[in-house]
Design a protein around this ligand. Structure first.
Ligand SMILES: N[C@@H](CCC(=O)N[C@@H](CS)C(=O)NCC(=O)O)C(=O)O
Length: 212
């Protein structure tokens, strides 16, 4: 039995596929095209009632939705990959803090930017969402202790974690492929370090996270 990952290119399935790759796992990929709203089809909603990507099915059949839950689960199930400091280490709290901010604050702005019509008819909704999402990334850039030093580029310094994957990928969204390199220098050093990791590099290309 292997993992099954429901996703689309460039979606929230990207960080999950990357975390699995770091753990030596290649999931069975089930494409759910966002183009044409296939995530809202009844067949997919039977799997993920929110109609969102990603959905991860664990080897024992357990269904996991929510990108944050997927990432933490992969880290928990593969302790040998050291994707998070173990429970009891305060460094784990640091990683969880920034992951929770991305999931709870940044990601909803992406929904508002991608689907502004769900939130009203005001044409400003999209721009406000992009601005607020970028403010969240600026908070991380300024307060997460990122060094901008390629020798210790991660949220936990020299120690890589799944939080770095999450930040690197989400920083590319809402125009971030061009905006982040120009505006978030320390996050950019982190993103480049994540993108260069041997397990992640092919997936970084697959999910088209660099500017065209
Ligand atoms: N809270 C969810 C959000 C997932 C989400 O919004 N995914 C996007 C793709 S990156 C999606 O499925 N959007 C389609 C839609 O909202 O209809 C998570 O963290 O997994």
């Amino acid at each position: 039995m292997t993992y099954v990952l429901h996703g689309d290119v460039g979606s929230g399935a990207a960080p999950v596929e990357m975390a699995l790759a770091e753990a030596g796992q290649v999931p069975e990929w089930r494409l759910v095209p966002l183009e044409g709203d296939h995530q809202l089809a009844p067949a997919y909603r039977a799997i993920n009632p929110m109609g969102r990507l990603p959905t991860l099915v664990l080897p024992d059949g357990t269904l996991v939705t929510e990108s944050l839950a997927c990432l933490l689960t992969v880290a928990d199930l593969h302790p040998e990959a050291a994707l998070l400091p173990p429970p009891g280490e305060t460094a784990r709290a640091v990683a969880l803090r920034w992951m929770a901010l991305l999931a709870g604050e940044f990601y909803p702005h992406v929904t508002r930017a991608d689907y502004p019509e769900r939130f009203g008819s005001d044409p400003a909704i999209r721009d406000i969402a992009v601005d607020m999402g970028r403010d969240t990334l600026r908070v991380i850039e300024a307060h997460a202790g990122l060094t901008g030093d390629p020798a210790a580029p991660f949220l936990l310094g020299a120690r890589f974690s799944v939080a770095d994957i999450y930040l690197a990928v989400l920083s590319r969204w809402m125009g971030g492929r061009r905006w982040a390199p120009a505006n978030l220098p320390r996050t950019e050093v982190l993103a480049r370090a994540v993108a260069a990791r041997p397990a992640i590099a092919p997936l970084w290309r697959k999910h088209r996270l660099d500017p065209d």
